[in-house]
Ligand binder design. Structure first.
Ligand code: ATP
Ligand code: MG
Length: 425
């Protein structure tokens, strides 16, 4: 059998759907029919194919899967030829997207383990030497045991090589293999560990948890674009507040947002921390209510603590408020981009939300009217309200801007009329 470090004790377990159904309420009917059809096409062509990953995990947990992935023995080129609408995606490993309208099912070919030396026969002989492997090898190169469950649609059974079903029942997140090795192979797994533990409300098994704080600096080697993708998943998961808390606890947050961590870790009154948590809370609430959310707003909030601090310093040095915020925006965003590459399309809204903050103090005349009409007014106003709640600004300012939005056109005109003129008449 395949022997890798502490996995030697795992015996492959298969469980039929009806048994799984009794155990954990496996609603086979909830399998995505498109994923099932992809599996069937591959099998009819003589290949092995299974539904795997989050789709199987979430169904076993009684949750609605986000997407479905298929694992197969067919090579990417063979997969592509079997479907009319399919495309090969480069990324780190060639995979195939089988397209269904705007959706797709991701099909990956069974992979061998990353470090081939680890794929040893009990005698120490290397069993496999190509980058493609068997189901048994593919299971071992996946990240967590609960993500390595294969659903066999024909026999309606779950194939579990790594104790995933047991961990699922115990609500435990466990890396496959030796945790430190697995994190070193791909440090993003540390972020995934936090994301799954928080999202599923699973306990991080002790050996999976232990090395994270120490290995967190390995995230510095990950391309900033990949980190940005992961950050999006963490922040827009609907559990943003809990994600932030867990990321800080495991010392991962400082690797993603070093400047923000520096401020949060050093402030005595906790004002910025409250502000950031309030921003995440509000996004979590909006997601729960199925209201639209934007990543730009959250990123503006996460960058705000160092941005504001730096702007304050520039103001103390004699720079005007607006110019200071503008300069701080440029400096902090450029520094952040070294770690997480914020796409261009988000740069402008982030800057606007930050820069509009200093304009809320002008409550009269043309300036105020222009602010009200600004396309980013609403986001900037929401941001102001959060700052108020965290006691960063005088509540009176936000109250004015709340009232003016609710006012009739005549009232609005009155509110915007400069006081001097009111007094003269
Ligand atoms: P969700 O899609 O709900 O976020 P998921 O488990 O499906 O969760 P994906 O990112 O879609 O996550 O990946 C699909 C599967 O691919 C995972 O379940 C896991 O088996 C494997 N996988 C993904 N990323 C990694 C990784 N960095 N290392 C090892 N295996 C991975
Ligand atoms: Mg998935």
């Amino acid at each position: 059998m395949v022997c890798t470090d502490n996995l030697v004790s795992y015996q492959p377990v298969t469980i039929t759907a009806s048994a799984a159904e009794q155990q954990s309420g496996f609603p086979v009917g909830q399998m995505d029919p498109r994923a099932v059809s992809v599996v069937e096409t591959l099998r009819e062509a003589g290949h092995e194919a299974y539904i795997v990953g989050g789709g199987v995990r979430d169904i076993l947990l009684g949750a609605k899967p986000k997407d479905f992935d298929v694992a197969t023995s067919a090579r990417p080129n063979e997969v592509r030829k079997l479907f009319r609408r399919a495309r090969l995606i480069g990324r780190r490993f060639p995979i195939v997207h089988v397209l269904f309208g705007r959706d797709y099912i991701e099909v990956t070919t069974f992979r061998a383990l990353e470090s081939k030396e680890r794929l040893l026969h009990e005698s120490g002989r290397i069993l496999h030497d190509s980058s493609y492997g068997t189901l048994a090898e593919d299971a071992l190169r996946r990240d967590f045991t609960i993500n390595a469950l294969y659903f066999d649609t024909a026999a309606e059974r779950v194939i579990d090589q790594v104790g995933g079903l047991e961990d699922l029942a115990a609500r435990r997140l466990r890396l496959i293999g030796v945790a430190e090795t697995r994190y070193r192979e791909d440090p993003v797994r540390m972020l995934r560990a936090v994301r799954f533990a928080v999202k599923l409300k699973f306990e991080l098994e002790a050996e999976t948890r232990a090395p994270i704080a120490e290995l967190a600096p390995l995230l510095a080697d990950i391309p900033p674009a990949r980190l940005f993708e992961e950050i999006g998943k963490l922040l827009l998961s609907g559990h943003g507040r809990a994600m932030l808390t867990a990321l800080r606890e495991h010392r991962l947050f400082g690797e993603l947002f070093p400047l923000t961590e520096e401020v949060l870790g050093s402030e005595r009154d906790g004002v910025f921390q409250q502000f950031v948590l309030a921003a995440l809370d509000s996004t979590d609430r909006r997601i729960a209510n199925k209201e639209p959310v934007t990543l730009a707003f959250l990123l503006a909030a996460l960058l705000w603590p160092p941005l504001r601090r730096y702007a304050d310093w520039l103001v103390a040095e004699g720079m005007g408020e607006a110019a200071a915020v503008q300069r701080a925006c440029a400096v902090i965003m450029a520094a952040s981009n070294q770690r997480i590459s914020i796409p261009r399309r988000l740069g402008q809204p982030i800057r606007e939300i930050a820069q509009l903050q200093s304009r809320f103090r002008y409550r009269h005349g043309k300036r105020a009217e222009l602010l009200l009409a600004h396309p980013r007014f609403r986001a900037a106003y929401d941001f102001l309200v959060l700052r108020t709640r965290a006691n960063e600004v005088d509540p009176e300012v936000a109250e004015f801007w709340t009232a003016i939005q609710e006012a009739s056109p005549e009232e609005r005109k009155k509110m915007l009329t400069p006081r001097r003129r009111v007094r003269r008449h």
